[in-house]
Design a protein. Structure first.
Length: 135
């Protein structure tokens, strides 16, 4: 089985010129914890996770002495995103992808081909797979 068999392809993305409050809105609205950051050509340039957002909110509150929501309006996504993102191709074996996530202690792997974002595989995708196998 390949990553392409379990990955999510309808991925919510943002560009690096947006602000953290929008990332928070998207995460809450879609109930997701990972947002790939892409450029105008859908090339993956970074990743923002829920944990990044929480850490940024704490720092912003300390810096601006405001509520977390108001503080996030001042923080650009490019200042908080990870740029050294571990990725896989759609042809990666799911066992290899799971091994990468376990060993690197990460919750998602953007799926790219020629650096272009095609989808994302997350812990939730692996839970769905386990559920289907157990049924």
């Amino acid at each position: 089985m390949k990553v392409s068999d379990i990955m999510t392809t309808n991925v919510f993305t943002l560009t690096s010129d947006r602000h953290a409050d929008l990332a928070e809105d998207v995460m809450n609205w879609q109930r997701i914890r990972h947002i790939p950051i892409v450029n105008a050509s859908d090339i993956l340039v970074g990743l923002v996770t829920h944990r990044d957002l929480l850490n940024t909110a704490i720092k912003a509150i300390q810096q601006y002495d405001e509520t977390s929501r108001e503080s996030l309006r001042h923080v650009a996504i490019d200042s908080m995103m990870k740029t050294n993102v571990v990725t896989v191709s759609p042809d990666t074996d799911v066992r290899e992808a799971a091994s990468i996530m376990i060993n690197k202690k990460i919750g998602c792997l953007p799926v790219v081909q020629s650096n272009k974002l095609l989808g994302i595989v997350t812990e939730a995708d692996f839970l769905k797979l386990a559920w289907e196998v157990l049924e």
